[in-house]
Design a protein around this ligand. Structure first.
Ligand code: ADP
Length: 513
């Protein structure tokens, strides 16, 4: 069963498929080249055969006459004139006369001047003498044609030997009558050459196919080995050992790029895992503090309280802590809903001046109580596409932070500025400020700058306010920046895109929020 599965895996594998494609390509290419070469060879051999026959035709015309032979009752015969003592001439004439025939214009073979037998060679007799009607037709056609007419034909001897015939007309010198002459040449050697060539290729192609497959399989294997190594390395990486990285090969190729991309992805995963762990630790810590306090209050009530007042006080304290607990849970729930996209913004074109003016008005009472001077600096008109609830939450968080961290006598100022591409909101104070090393973390959940308070008190925030602010700015495709000098004050600058401005124009400044 598992062996069967192994086989299936091999066949489905990239290596196998690459090898097959490689072998197929190899075969197609090789067959194509072989066929083209064969066609070229066949044409070349054919040309040679025709040339040979044309030469023989010339020889025939040089050595043969059609004339009346006095010794043979002045009959018209084909007579060959050549020097029998010259071996070259003899060879040429004998070669030409191997396959030949001469007939008159009516299709009847004429006799040979020496043998007085019909001028038809034995081989020609074997391949079949042309029918008189055919000869008559060809002679008529040739006589009518303005150019010398050549008739080509392929025939076979009784042993199956292929013969090419070249026929045409020759005029008798004396009386100028046309005579039909046909000479031929065997081309069995050409056929043999082509056949052996075909066999060689028929044998070579499967061999090449096998070789191509093996070579392809080997090469694909070599190319894919690093991929397998990457996959194995990736398999070793799990949630508990996210610090592992796949080693790069320093080859600078696509695979290295893949490894690099993979490693970066793991890096991001590791960061998110780390964040998640940190978050769970923070949440349990935040929840444990009020729970421990509640337990303490209840124990006091149970074991030490005697009077009704003491009971009431313990209960009151416990209730305050329970309030804080539910506040944390509510805020966390809201934040996780926001970050997972469950809160959909209800944007509409609103007058930001009005919203800011109202909120600053509301904060005047706590500001006065804290002895802080709160002012607003607003342009005559400032509208933007925003979600009212979220924008009010953002401003509230920033203003309450500013008031919280500004001592008595300090100043908090909120201003709006309209720019062509964005609307700028600035909340600044001259309070305690934030040390530079803490700036990158203030938008993290539960992050509170140490040293600005001791144990959590009802007045102290949850460390979630700026996380909300960051999410709201991001959801509005805006950007937030913070500038702060310890002891001198803090300034939050928010830029929200104006109408018609694309979301990509303003991105959250990385490292800021
Ligand atoms: P909190 O609810 O504790 O205010 P936030 O997320 O709103 O939590 O703020 C995170 C921390 O950033 C605060 O605890 C505080 O240390 C610092 N912070 C925020 N705003 C100011 C400010 N205007 N001046 C000084 N510190 C600030």
């Amino acid at each position: 069963m598992s062996r069967k599965r192994d086989f299936r895996r091999v066949f489905r594998g990239l290596r196998f498929r690459l090898a097959i494609s490689y072998a197929l390509l190899f075969t197609i290419l090789l067959t194509g080249v072989a066929l083209a070469f064969r066609a070229r060879l066949a044409a070349k051999l054919d040309d040679q055969l025709q040339e040979e026959l044309n030469t023989s035709w010339g020889a025939m015309k040089g050595y043969m006459r059609i004339e009346a032979v006095p010794d043979f009752g002045n009959k018209i015969c084909s007579a060959w004139y050549y020097d029998e003592n010259d071996p070259d001439e003899t060879t040429i004439v004998l070669d030409t006369r191997k396959i030949y025939m001469v007939a008159d214009q009516f299709g009847n073979p004429i006799p040979d001047s020496v043998t007085h037998e019909p001028a038809v060679s034995t081989t020609y007799d074997d391949i079949g003498i042309d029918k008189p009607a055919d000869i008559r037709r060809k002679v008529l056609e040739a006589v009518a044609s303005p150019k010398p007419k050549i008739f080509w034909e392929d025939r076979k001897t009784s042993n199956g030997e292929p013969v090419r015939i070249r026929a045409g007309i020759v005029y008798s010198e004396k009386h100028g009558a046309p005579y039909y002459v046909a000479i031929g040449a065997s081309y069995s050697d050409n056929v043999k050459t082509l056949r052996s060539y075909t066999w060689v290729f028929a044998a070579v192609i499967p061999g090449a196919l096998l070789l191509g497959s093996l070579l392809g399989y080997y090469m694909a294997g070599r190319a894919l080995t690093p991929v397998l190594a990457v996959a194995q390395a990736a398999q070793r990486i799990s949630g508990s050992n996210l610090s592992l990285r796949i080693p790069t090969r320093n080859a600078g190729d696509e695979l290295d790029y893949l490894i690099l991309t993979f490693n970066r992805m793991i890096e991001r995963l590791e960061a998110s895992f780390q964040q998640m762990r940190q978050f769970s630790a923070d949440v349990s810590h935040e929840l444990r503090t009020p729970i421990t306090a509640i337990r303490g209050q209840l124990e006091v009530a149970l074991f030490t309280a005697k009077t009704t007042d003491q009971y009431r006080e313990a209960m009151f304290n416990a209730l305050t802590d329970i309030d804080r607990l539910s506040q944390i849970v509510r805020a966390l729930l809201l934040l996780s809903q926001a970050e997972s996209g469950q809160i959909v913004l209800q944007k509409s074109r609103l007058n930001l001046c009005e919203i800011v003016d109202d909120l600053v008005e509301q904060f005047q009472i706590p500001a006065e109580a804290a002895g802080v001077h709160l002012t607003a600096e607003l342009p005559p008109e400032c509208s933007a596409d925003v979600d009212r609830v979220q924008i009010e939450r953002l401003i509230t968080n920033l203003l309450s932070n500013a008031l919280k961290f500004t001592p008595e006598g300090g100043v908090v100022k909120m201003s709006l500025h309209v720019q062509p591409q964005f609307v700028e909101m600035v909340v600044e104070d001259n309070g305690s400020g934030i040390p530079t090393e803490h700036l990158p973390h203030i938008f993290d959940r539960f992050y509170r700058v140490p040293g600005q308070g001791t144990a959590p008190t009802p007045e102290q925030g949850l460390g979630l306010g700026l996380s909300f602010v960051a999410w709201i700015v991001k959801a509005h495709n805006g950007k937030i920046e913070v500038e702060s000098t310890p002891g001198k004050g803090t300034r939050f600058i928010i830029r929200l895109p104006n109408e018609g401005v694309g979301s990509d124009t303003l991105e959250l400044a990385s490292g800021v929020a």
